[in-house]
Design a protein around this ligand. Structure first.
Ligand code: 5CA
Length: 446
């Protein structure tokens, strides 16, 4: 993409309405624009990152054996009356009446609808286990939408639902999701720590939230600092292996890590004092096991091996897809702007032409652009007639992890400059070498 043709409405000034750095940087980098309170349009740069995050989620869900599907945003109130949540959900639910006077709603989550699909089509234990998920817009009429995409009213969520014959099987699904989420967040450059939490309106006894530590996080968290030493890395996982998933679950959840909703001072006191931490965190996902809470009232039963009907055991599992953009920026930025982790960056590298219009510099930039593109990478070429300072400032603000700077002086010596956004270090090298280096870096990303 050429920057001269790209829609990147960068703001010079800090927007007054933004209280936290991620919101400020998303507005300044022209990623989003507020349409009304807690509701945003996704401009090209923001939308690109959103898509990258979605793709990682899809890939990791497929790896865990879960099927993608899509349910509507507008649902009938009748189903929610069957589960008892139409009234229980309260003012957070956006209620709509259609022209026929029927009560409808904008989905805040989809346990009811998926259970309705299940009960219509699945009747035998032989069809279990089953896990399906979607990435779909949700609406929750939050009292205090704030911090940009972090607490929106309309937001994009990955929501997955498992159906199993027994509690034991459903707990394997729970563990499988935990394992899959650990890898998902790490691919986005995040450490998201599973913490025992409260289940709120979704219900159930077993639930973990995934928290990214950040001063601006809305949750207060208490943990044993040893949990921050754990990394998932590149493990070979068989998602059908019950013992393997359970072992990873145990590895990541036995040490003390809880949100304030479930915090227990007495248990926390058992953690060695030098490892006790109180901090703030951003909740980027949550997994639930709630057994038969929805299958019983909605009549989602299967015929067991003895021929008798049994209600299925369920859980649901969410990832805050749009919130993740904010969380990643909170975790990865500096005074100059965003620093995208390679896994989610909107463009793989920036090309800065220091002398646009200089025949040699233009040709060299185009050649770099073509070579990167031929390798399947997406560069952003700043081909505007602007000064070097302004070009660097834009690249730093939008946070591409790698920048190639091309100028007549370097070209005389056959070199361009490769700069890491994260470390700020630059190295001179032949243009082909810069291309190879960037290609190698991305080949190493899962
Ligand atoms: N049905 C379950 C799991 S599919 C569910 O709704 N879980 S949830 O309520 O925990 O939401 C899942 C994730 O969506 C949260 O962990 C959070 O990251 C994200 N989320 C929730 N509310 C908002 C909001 N107002 N703005 C942005 N993201 C949100």
């Amino acid at each position: 993409m050429r920057l001269s043709r790209y829609f990147l409405p960068v703001l010079k000034e800090n927007p007054a309405e933004a209280q936290i750095v991620s919101h400020r940087l998303m507005l300044r980098a022209g990623m989003i624009k507020q349409a009304s309170a807690g509701i945003y349009s996704w401009l090209p740069l923001g939308f690109k990152v959103l898509r990258r995050i979605e793709n990682i989620v899809h890939e990791e869900q497929a790896r865990a054996g879960h099927m993608a599907m899509l349910m509507p945003t507008i649902q009938s109130a009748d189903l929610w009356r069957e589960s008892g949540r139409y009234d229980a959900y309260g003012d957070e639910m956006l209620r709509i009446t259609d022209r026929g006077g029927r009560d409808m709603l904008f989905t805040p989550t989809a346990e009811e609808l998926i259970t309705d699909i299940f009960r219509a089509h699945v009747s035998s234990y032989k069809d279990l286990p089953l896990t399906m998920y979607q990435i779909q817009w949700k609406f929750r009429d939050e009292i205090r939408p704030r911090f940009g995409v972090m607490r929106g009213r309309e937001f994009l969520m990955k929501d997955g639902y498992n159906f199993d014959l027994s509690k034991e099987d459903a707990l394997h699904a729970y563990n499988r999701h935990l394992v899959s989420y650990l890898r998902t967040y790490e691919r986005m450059g995040l450490q998201a720590i599973p913490m025992r939490a409260d289940s709120g309106p979704i219900g159930g006894d077993d639930t973990h939230e995934f928290l990214v530590l950040a001063e601006t996080g809305e949750s207060e968290v208490f943990y044993d600092s040893a949990v921050t030493d754990l990394t998932f890395g590149d493990r070979d996982i068989d998602f059908d292996d019950v013992a393997q998933c359970a072992a990873i679950m145990e590895e990541f959840t036995t040490r003390y890590a809880r949100t304030d909703e479930t915090h227990d001072e007495a248990l926390f006191a058992e953690v060695p004092e030098e490892r006790r931490r109180t901090a703030r965190g951003i909740e980027v996902g949550q997994i639930f096991y709630f057994g038969t809470k929805y299958s019983e009232p909605l009549g989602a039963t299967v015929q067991g091996s003895d021929g008798k009907p049994v209600p299925v055991h369920m859980g649901s599992h969410g990832i805050g897809v749009s919130r993740l953009l904010g969380a990643i920026i909170e975790a990865s930025h500096d005074d100059k702007g965003i620093i995208w982790p390679e896994g989610v960056t909107p463009f793989h590298a920036g090309i800065v032409n220091l002398r646009q219009g200089d025949a040699e510099a233009d040709v060299a930039c185009q050649a770099l652009y073509d070579s990167l593109t031929a390798l399947g990478l997406e560069p952003l070429y700043d081909d505007r007639k602007e000064g070097a300072g302004s070009k660097f400032a834009t690249m730093d603000l939008i946070g591409l992890p790698w920048r190639i700077t091309v100028g007549p002086r370097g070209l005389k010596n056959g070199v361009v400059e490769l700069t890491s956004r994260r470390s700020g270090t630059s190295e001179e090298m032949a243009p082909e070498e810069a291309v190879q280096r960037i290609a190698q870096i991305y080949a190493g990303i899962a």
